[in-house]
Ligand binder design. Structure first.
Ligand code: SME
Length: 160
């Protein structure tokens, strides 16, 4: 496929995710390198939705370590159970945070981040990484984001 995304302007979020998914499949299918695929997935999500920060943290021992991302510089290591990402890892579930100030233990990489969603990538029953998407608007994520991002992370699991 070409190296540009085709997205119809003005579509509702669920429709934009539906347009994006097959393009991420096509973009990543021929490429065996995990880092390249994670990097393009982060870029595609940021380009399609204009999120403040989109990126991956990869499990390494007892920590998550920063992986491919798009956006401002970020914390490099997060311990299991800490912050939103560490909670998603420890509990192996998506964590939707409408207001980061109200999340106990939230790790503030940037004070501009107001809401976020973290989706685990699960391979053979174990979390191997998480996708972290941050918005500079409060309450910017809902179940449409959760459904679509979980589907995308099932694809991402095949890269591990
Ligand atoms: N918000 C995350 C930390 C990572 S940065 O926002 C990029 C958390 O609390 O896990």
């Amino acid at each position: 496929m070409s190296e540009s995304l085709l997205l119809t302007p003005g579509q509702p979020k669920a429709a934009r995710y539906a347009e994006l998914h097959p393009q991420v499949v096509a973009l990543t299918a021929p490429e065996p390198d995990r880092t390249a695929n994670l990097a393009n997935t982060a870029a595609a999500l940021r380009q399609a939705f204009g999120f403040f920060w989109v990126g991956f943290y990869l499990v390494q021992g007892e920590e998550l370590v920063l992986g491919p991302f798009q956006g401002p510089i970020a914390c490099t290591r997060i311990r299991r159970g800490r912050g939103v990402c560490g909670t998603s890892w420890a509990e192996a579930r998506t964590v939707l945070v409408p207001d980061v100030e109200a999340f106990p233990g939230h790790i503030a990489c940037s004070s501009d981040s107001k809401s976020e969603i973290v989706v685990p990538i699960v391979k053979n029953g174990a979390v191997v990484a998480v996708l972290d998407v941050d918005s500079d608007k409060l309450n910017d994520f809902d179940h449409d984001d959760q459904r679509a991002l979980e589907q995308l992370m099932q694809l991402a699991a095949t890269w591990f």
